[in-house]
Design a protein around this ligand. Structure first.
Ligand code: GUN
Ligand code: ZN
Length: 441
């Protein structure tokens, strides 16, 4: 056999569409197999089916990995996270603007150093795989070396990752600010070196309106207009003080979103982190351009930013993705993000079901990032990014799950009780990239 082939056998759950918000998923949107199997050939999924059905078709001697006491799902996806902020997670106190000045900017300054950036990228990816996240859209720092380090590390691990260099040419420490057009030229060099290479994509990353001049935003829009497959990520309407500051800095704009619209930064591959303080008109404008808002519940709670109205976005036809926003976020784990999303939803009378939660973390995020033809679901032809969950990861979870009768209850209880211990293994591109028990041993 000159191809790498393998079969992962065990229960599996995947979404095939959006299951909706009700207690029962919409027809044909979910698939659960009690004794399932994922046949992997050279990094891709060859077939997904009942083990019995696949058994006859398998090549002789194929390696079978036994996950019959586990639950397999597509690898988790994080639509907005800052890899350069791991070290300042859980820094006490203050809302967004003070938090940026006191903690975030000093931490990001350290990524000017190549060795520091390389070690930081490896540490971040170790953590991501430990919590079952196989794809993320990532903010690096303003230093090109932070981006080269991140992409090199992700490439070596054969991961599907989206990342970009932060652009800032004002209102930040000298050590982090670009020369207006130099920052954009650096981005173009990084695009040439990394975008479309293996499983890597580039995302243009103006930090947010207050830290870029009109000239810099305009130049970013120019790059984006000429390359329809590039992504863009930034922040929008996270905090009331921030919204007021943007109004002061851009008096010619009718609202915060209008700043990004003026420079052509709002398109189908644009992710706007937070989007908490938006009105219906702004949601409709974002929806019309096909952009997505990254819902970052643990960060929004930690920084006291506010409660994101997920269903108002849905009603406006605006896609939301789900994100940790570490270092503002308090958990890198998709479980932590889902628990936060549930709690925010509960306060707004729109609590998340387990179906909708796991959909958001996998296929929903893949759709928001236009990657749903290759990741986010367990289907033939998809890339073999898989998380293996352990329903007995703690005595408490084992006990709780023994009390459930339906898959709906089981998924919900796992969503609310899960954490990094729940991730028994992570596979990316058909390779085992995290094995909890091997690490423990
Ligand atoms: N707004 C601008 N920069 C940031 C950041 O690093 N984190 C968060 N949460 N919001 C921002
Ligand atoms: Zn952020």
């Amino acid at each position: 056999m000159n191809t790498h082939q393998r079969l992962l056998r065990g229960p599996l759950f995947t979404c095939l569409g959006d299951p909706g918000e009700e207690a029962t998923p919409l027809p044909d949107t979910t698939r659960y197999l009690e004794d399932g199997a994922i046949w992997i050939v050279d990094g891709h999924i060859q077939a997904v089916d009942h083990f019995e059905t696949l058994a006859d078709r398998l090549p002789a001697g194929i390696e079978i990995v036994d996950y019959r006491d586990k639950l397999m799902m597509p690898g988790f996806i994080d639509s907005h996270v800052h890899y350069v902020q791991l070290d300042i997670m859980a820094s006490y106190g203050r809302q967004l603007l003070d938090w940026l000045n006191d903690y975030t900017f000093p931490a990001e300054c350290r990524f000017a150093d190549a060795a520091y950036a390389q070690a930081g990228a490896e540490r971040f990816l170790d953590e991501m795989l430990r919590v079952g996240t196989t794809t993320a859209q990532v903010f690096c720092s303003s230093h090109p070396v932070s981006v080269d380090s991140f992409f090199s590390a992700a490439q070596r691990r054969q991961l599907r990752m989206i990342a970009g260099k932060v652009l800032m040419d004002r209102h930040a420490p000298e050590a982090l600010t670009d020369d207006t057009l130099g920052g954009v030229r650096d981005s173009e060099r990084l695009i040439a070196d990394w975008h479309g290479r293996d499983r890597l994509s580039y995302t243009l990353t103006p930090r947010f309106a207050p830290t870029s001049t009109r000239e810099q935003l305009d130049a970013v829009g120019g790059v984006l207009r000429n390359a329809s497959d590039l992504y863009l990520q930034t922040h929008l309407s996270e905090n009331r003080g921030e919204v007021a500051w943007v109004a002061e800095l851009f008096p010619e704009s009718r609202d915060y979103l209008d700043v990004y619209e003026r420079y052509d930064l709002v398109g189908p591959r644009s992710t706007f982190a937070h989007g908490i303080h938006l009105n219906d008109d702004q949601r409709a404008r974002l929806a019309q351009r096909g952009a997505n808002v990254a819902f970052c519940p643990t960060s929004n709670l930690f920084l006291g930013s506010g409660l994101m109205d997920r269903l108002a976005c849905r009603d406006a036809g605006l896609a939301t993705s789900l994100a940790s926003d570490v270092g503002g976020g308090t958990s890198l784990s998709g479980f932590g993000t889902l628990q936060g999303a549930y709690q925010v939803g509960a306060l707004l009378g729109q609590a998340l079901t387990g179906w909708q939660g796991f959909y958001r973390l996998t296929l929903g995020n893949a759709r928001a990032l236009h990657l749903d033809d290759r990741i986010g679901s367990l289907q033939a032809g998809f890339e073999a990014d898989i998380v293996v969950l352990d329903p007995e990861s703690t005595p408490l979870m084992a006990r709780r799950l023994s009390q459930t009768k339906t898959l709906s209850e089981r998924l919900f209880a796992m969503m609310m009780l899960g954490d990094d211990r729940t991730v028994a293994a992570t596979w990316a591109n058909g390779r085992l990239v995290h094995d909890r028990d091997a690490v423990a041993a």
